[in-house]
Design a protein around this ligand. Structure first.
Ligand SMILES: [Zn+2]
Length: 280
């Protein structure tokens, strides 16, 4: 039977483009409530064969875009992942892990981390060769730290989640304030256009890791290798009808933001701040 594009999306939810909260999915021909349903995380059907290497459904396997051999790096990444991120439709961490040697990208899922439950992570946090990537006034710009990060090898902790999830994890777990706090200062614009970013400067975890590793390893070839599967994923999504999800900032500035303005004063202030942000 012939399938409409909508039927395709309903059938193959792991490729469903609806992922960001500022997305404006066309709902006119859908029964009421579908838009809400489509934003629920969808479990991959057990029947559908999954590639054992990239963990993607076989028909959208990204292995051809992964490096033939894992990227050689001395830095070890610890990805602290909010549980909600694990079930999101579009995730970048599995792609990152597939590009790196086993043991150089460790993923820990949770909200609360402490020495008792996470002794390995706690000792990594106490290690003077560990950095945590979390922007803020206390953070130093990683690009400006003139240091050899490869001898001895360093660890970098990256929090994977939305801004508010990452903030919650960082502020509520005292072990994450032990490592030196760093941020990325580069004007790298997000190439990951599928997910809606709160601002243009907010990069996906994969992009953050790519930029971080290129600085740590002093190897400018790293981002290209790490971002190749992401670009393939994005172009696949775009070919299958995903809308390009611009950041809220972009939508506001270009007058394309079509959601009702918030009533909450704090939210309005935040949006005004986005509009007057001079950095973009
Ligand atoms: Zn694969």
């Amino acid at each position: 039977a012939e399938q409409s594009p909508k039927a395709f999306h309903c059938h193959d939810m792991s490729e469903c483009p609806v992922s960001g909260d500022a997305a404006s999915p066309s709902t006119e021909e859908e029964p009421a409530g579908f838009a809400d349903l489509s934003e629920l995380p969808v479990e991959v059907s057990e029947r559908r064969p999954t590639c054992l290497h990239c963990y993607r459904p076989e028909k959208v396997c990204l292995c051809p875009f992964l490096p033939a051999d894992p990227l050689e790096v001395s830095t070890c990444l610890y990805i602290v992942q909010h549980p909600a991120e694990e079930s999101r439709v579009l995730r970048t961490v599995p792609l990152l892990a597939a590009c790196l040697p086993k043991g150089k990208c460790k993923v820990l899922v949770g909200r609360r981390f402490n020495e008792e439950r996470h002794p390995e992570l706690a000792s990594v946090c106490k290690d003077s060769h560990t950095l945590i990537l979390y922007p803020g006034s206390d953070a130093e710009n990683l690009e400006e730290l003139d240091k050899d990060f490869t001898t001895p090898p360093h660890n970098v902790i990256i929090i994977d989640g939305t801004w508010s999830q990452a903030k919650d994890i960082f502020l509520r777990n005292s072990i994450f304030r032990l490592p030196k706090q760093v941020q990325l200062n580069s004007a790298t614009c997000s190439q990951y256009v599928i997910r809606t970013q709160p601002t243009n400067m907010c990069l996906s975890t994969l992009e953050c890791a790519a930029v971080t590793l290129s600085i740590m390893e002093r190897n400018q070839a790293i981002p290209e290798v790490l971002l190749r599967p992401l670009q393939a994923l994005c172009s696949f999504q775009l070919q299958h009808g995903a809308q390009v999800h611009h950041s809220k900032e972009h939508l506001l500035k270009s007058g394309l933001y079509d959601k009702p303005m918030p009533r909450n004063k704090r939210k309005i202030k935040r949006m005004q701040k986005l509009l007057t942000n001079q950095n973009i």
